[in-house]
Ligand binder design. Structure first.
Ligand code: FMN
Length: 191
């Protein structure tokens, strides 16, 4: 019975149900967003509002083509090959963050290649990592699974996939999801 309850509280991948306690200055929200609608950017902004953390845009050195067809063609090849494009901007001091949200559009069923680069550019051991995605109707597909493959030493909390076109109606859903995973308290609020 007790075991059944614990299992029920765990996600698909067996995550612990306990919330992570942290402070706003310990939270980084890194995201890559490609489309002019900026679905993933928008989701990242909502997470920033919910946590008080720092927003960080992941930027490839060479931007992807603005043309949708050309971008899909390039993305398909790169995703299949596990390609990691160079990024133009490092996080200044990754050591200061203990909770890192990482956001990506679902590209060809997985994370966008710049996010793959980001996840393999830092040591995430001991840090809490929370991946989020926006998609065009495919949902999570292999996004969460592929992040897990790259981050064996991090404390990975359940990822979330949001339907991109409805993202601007998802403020409450995003806030509730963040609240279900984290307790974020500033140092002054604790006193
Ligand atoms: C290159 C490319 C590949 C995509 N592949 C998928 C996919 O496999 N499954 C899916 O549901 N959506 C796919 N989409 C749609 C995006 O995931 C979706 O529109 C997302 O919300 C865009 O986020 P953004 O505005 O932050 O770029 C793809 C979009 C692009 C540009």
């Amino acid at each position: 019975m007790a075991l059944a309850m614990v299992c029920a509280l765990c996600g698909t991948f067996g995550y612990a149900a306990e919330k992570v306690a942290t402070a706003p200055d310990k939270v980084l929200i890194a995201y890559y967003s490609w489309s002019p609608d900026g679905h993933t950017h928008y989701a990242a902004e909502q997470i920033q509002k919910a946590t008080g953390g720092t927003l960080f845009e992941i930027k490839p050195k060479v931007p992807y083509p603005a043309n949708y067809r050309a971008c899909v063609d390039q993305a398909r090849k790169e995703c299949r090959a596990g390609f990691r494009p160079e990024l133009s901007n490092p996080v200044k001091d990754m050591k200061q963050y203990e909770v890192i949200f990482v956001g990506s559009p679902n590209w060809c069923g997985t994370m966008a290649p710049p996010v793959r680069t980001f996840l393999t550019s830092y040591d995430f051991s001991g840090k809490t990592v929370i991946a989020f995605f926006t998609h065009g109707s495919g949902g999570m597909q292999n996004c969460e699974r592929d992040v897990r493959k790259l981050l064996k030493k991090a404390n990975l909390l359940p990822a979330k996939a949001f339907f991109g076109r409805s993202i601007r109606d998802a403020n409450q859903e995003i806030a509730d999801w963040v609240g279900s995973l984290l307790t974020v308290q500033s140092k002054t609020a604790k006193q």
